[in-house]
Design a protein around this ligand. Sequence first.
Ligand code: SF4
Length: 522
Amino acid sequence: MWSLKATCTVAGARYPQIPLGLITVAALLPADWECRLVDRNTGELTDADLDWADLVMTGGMNVQRPDCLAVIARAQARGRPVAVGGADVMSEPDVYVGADFVVVGEAEGIIDQLVAAWNAGERRGTFRAKKFSADITRTPVPRFDLLRQADYLHYSVQFSRGCPFTCEFCDIIELYGRVPRTKTNDQILAELQALYDHGYRGHVDFVDDNFIGNKKNLRTLLPRLKAWLEERDYPFEFSTEASINIADDDDLLQAMKDANFFAIFVGIESPDPEALVQMKKKQNTRRNIAECIHKIYGYGMFITAGFIVGFDTEKVSMGQAMIDFIEETNIPVCIVGLLYALPGTQLTRRLAKEGRLHNGHDLMKVEQAGDQCTLGCNFDTKRPLRDILVDYKAVLDHVFCPTAYAGRLSRLAVMLDRSDRCRDLPVGDMRKRLGGIDSVHKIMRTLPEVREPFWKTFVEVAKTNPGALRYIVMLMALYLHLGPFSKRVISEIDRRIAELDGMPLVRATESSLERVQVLLRT
Ligand code: SF4
């Protein structure tokens, strides 16, 4: 879903975001180690790359596992030792025992041990960091210099790790803990300065697990960020992800507005209070979520949101309830997925205790890798799986229907108050290619079915809220990917339903591998 391929093409990019983890690891390595970055999202890994390297370092998230294992095998076949680390290794290190070096945990705590072992001539080893204890106030500025700027829609930085909440399905709290650790304000400003000095201008995403997880520290960062931006005539605009309780804090919303935030991802998951209680997402209960979202629009920031289908408490009416809720909130980009029991989570532990996990529930097949929408329900569901899939399909059908999508954009534009933030995007901002009328024409040429509703919305917003127009057009540009992608997901769900009905399979799953690798020369 997040590869946004067609949208990247319009902007001339290859992938939405940078491999921040890898360039952070690269910065932690000795200065005299020469690094070559091969980002598998934007380019191929060649035999020449492998032959150049003394040591191959790779890693990724759960969805990247098949590719990561393939790279390990390929590098070793060419006689290159491999070190593997990252989020999936932290969750299930045993899967990676074939690698020469296995690094389990946050790099800041143990990378020095790997380097020392390598320098001492060791060629195998496992290194385990103490959980939740890496001191990220000592993390160096990531090696932004290893990136090819034109390849990416936006850049990323990270202020904090961890989240104070307890959502049952979430692996963040298992990997990074429930006491959010932050970098210092000076560190973040140094990272932004490095981006600025590199000539980057435009969208920067704070990839924190929950940006407001440590409000105390955040409150001190935001005014510094505002002053830094002002001094440089606003070279960056920011997005991030945060829990819905951000809406309770007017001062924080104002400070984020002042610091030029324009978008926030929020995990809403379900409109059903019973499901929210069961998944231990208490912060979403006892509140009117639609009102919270509308309030955030009033600060000039739009919301993208995650939803999940497949919880134990769901009832037959869930599909329509989710559709109604999404319409009420006016959130255009909704990431709707099937519940997936990730390794090491409370959910997985509960399902294991209840004997409901499927065999091989954590073994991702190559053809499934990278697709969070068609995977899911890797356990015995309480409701018949067929009913869940039918509901899921109905939600996707509605949410990504061009008329419904354009309708939410129109209503969002009415609420998105950009009246006192009407400055131009900086020169060099990639989003200039996405947010203008040329982009609208390209979208309508590529997807004739959106022509009428999208044009109507464009004209309406141009007349009534021109300050919001470029964001509305950017969200239209996302539809270039999301529209066709949702159709592929729906056809895969149809295939799963047909399978349950005992009908023959029609086609294989399409995969969208998201891959990154880093190579090193010592
Ligand atoms: S709020 Fe988000 S990051 Fe925090 S526990 Fe819940 S799902 Fe995880």
